[in-house]
Design a protein around this ligand. Structure first.
Ligand SMILES: NC(=O)c1ccc[n+]([C@@H]2O[C@H](COP(=O)([O-])OP(=O)(O)OC[C@H]3O[C@@H](n4cnc5c(N)ncnc54)[C@H](O)[C@@H]3O)[C@@H](O)[C@H]2O)c1
Length: 262
């Protein structure tokens, strides 16, 4: 077989359904576009209804098959209802990209209990909640691929971000634990750890720290590849994990950060 054709075949997501959380913006939106380009139908989940609907409309315009679902991924019942609705609409769930996220740039003294709970709920608990509801459908289908968004700060610490670092460290090891449990079901579970990527969340960090946005982004570019990331950089890594190109890869933590951690 032609080698190029084989590579494309391995990366193709034709006939598959991908759930993408935090799909209204940034990395989630960029990834939803990439997975749709590779043939997947997309269930786009977000708490931001207007942005989410706009994102879905944009993907549809590009020729993608996409539905927007308004869902707070920290709610057990909303995750349960949304997963059921997606299955009823599409009849399968092959890929789950657990990506919704928030950040609070505060140290232990400054952070309130509510802020701790919010960050841990969106960035960590939601992965458990959605996976809990999706995995039975994946088992029924004979397998699937779950990809969790971590961070470089899941592998090392960072300043003024205690809840975020705790959640991201948890995401990294939750990924490994889930990979161990569900390999026997044909479900692969992997984690992408982005470095600073130009999205509303990164710019929000500058504002939380009271720093000039341009200066913040300039400092964030100080890494071997001399730029911050763009959502496409992360989307390509997610595509690898979502597709058969990574069929023997599970429990892996892939750092995508222009060499920042190096
Ligand atoms: N941008 C970076 O530099 C960077 C670096 C490392 C890791 N990450 C991680 O990447 C992921 C995506 O971040 P991003 O930079 O694209 O941010 P973003 O702010 O552009 O997108 C995050 C999305 O999550 C949604 N969301 C927040 N709370 C939600 C909830 N309760 N239920 C459903 N949706 C909710 C938001 O509405 C938003 O659309 C996050 O987990 C973030 O921690 C980002």
């Amino acid at each position: 077989m032609n080698i190029k054709k084989k590579a494309l075949e391995l990366l193709s997501l034709e006939g598959k359904l991908a759930m993408v959380t935090g799909g209204a913006s940034g990395i989630g939106l960029g990834t939803a576009v990439r997975l749709a380009e590779m043939g997947a139908s997309i269930a786009l989940l977000d708490i931001d209804k207007s942005q989410g609907k706009r994102a879905a409309k944009g993907i549809r315009k590009l020729g993608g098959d996409v539905e927007f679902y308004w869902c707070d991924v920290t709610s057990y019942s909303e995750c349960e209802e949304t997963v059921r609705a997606v299955y009823e609409e599409f009849g399968r769930i092959d890929i789950l990209f657990n990506n919704a996220g928030v950040i609070k740039r505060k140290n232990t003294l400054e952070l309130s209990e509510e802020e701790w709970d919010l960050v841990l709920s969106v960035d960590l608990k939601a992965i458990y909640l959605l996976s809990h509801h999706v995995i039975p459908y994946m088992i029924e289908n004979g397998g699937g691929s779950i990809i969790n968004t971590g961070s470089g700060w899941g592998l090392k610490g960072g300043p003024d971000a205690v809840a975020y670092c705790a959640a991201m460290g948890g995401t990294v090891n939750l990924t490994r634990a889930m990979a161990i449990d569900h390999g026997k079901h044909g479900i692969r579970v992997n984690c992408v750890c982005p470095g600073d990527t130009d999205t509303p969340l990164l710019r929000e960090e500058a504002s939380q720290l009271g720093e000039d946005e341009d200066e913040f982004l300039r400092r964030a570019s100080d890494r071997p590849l001399e730029r911050v990331g763009v959502p496409d950089d992360i989307a390509n890594a997610v595509l690898y994990f979502a597709s058969d190109m990574s069929s023997w890869v599970t429990g892996a933590i892939l750092v995508v950060d222009g060499g920042g951690l190096a």
